[in-house]
Write a protein that binds this ligand. Sequence first.
Ligand SMILES: [Mg+2]
Length: 230
Amino acid sequence: MHKNYKFIFFDLDKTLWDFDKNSEETLKEIFKNHNLNNYFKNFNTFYSTYNTINEKLWGKYAKLEITKKELKTERFYMTLKAVGISDLKLSETINIEYINESPKKKSVFPNTYELLEYLTNKYKLAIITNGFKEIQFEKLKNCELDKYFTKVICPEDSGFQKPNKKMFQYSLSSLNAKKEHSIMIGDDLNVDIIGASNFGIDTIYFNPKSIITNKPSYEVNYLLEITKVL
Ligand SMILES: [Mg+2]
């Protein structure tokens, strides 16, 4: 069953770095600092409005319908607009705060460090992420995760995003990794797992919410389960 893997490619957000928890914490601070309760019924209304808009914009960004800059400008502008506030200046201020503060948050999924300690002696590890380069590097540094990874590959490097095969091709090439020696670990079925699988490498689906699927080569619900495969 064990293949001759040499290169482990990880997704970052929602696989190792607990994006939802860190993002929610940052948005709570923003909500308080800017008295957004004047506009929104409560934090949860603000949070769910923002998430819905942000997800839609990320979808457009993935399809190259909008730029990174447009995504950043629009997400808070549209959130405020949803409650009748047209305030470009406030939305820009909030966006800057979000970008500055959220990468400082340090919540990772349970056993992230144990897993990486275990893997780092046996394999070359790299990150393949669709996130913004400057932000992903800061997250890794702040959580002291950077030392585990030989490379961090972002769309700004490759010119492509997961699930595009060219993103995986670029990532493997940059490490001189062969497909048969490589495996991708991620939480997003369409982006990480089906993407990598279509490209032709094995996958481990990190599935903490136990969503039912039959797509990946392997599936784990806890990070440390990966040590049974690798
Ligand atoms: Mg992810």
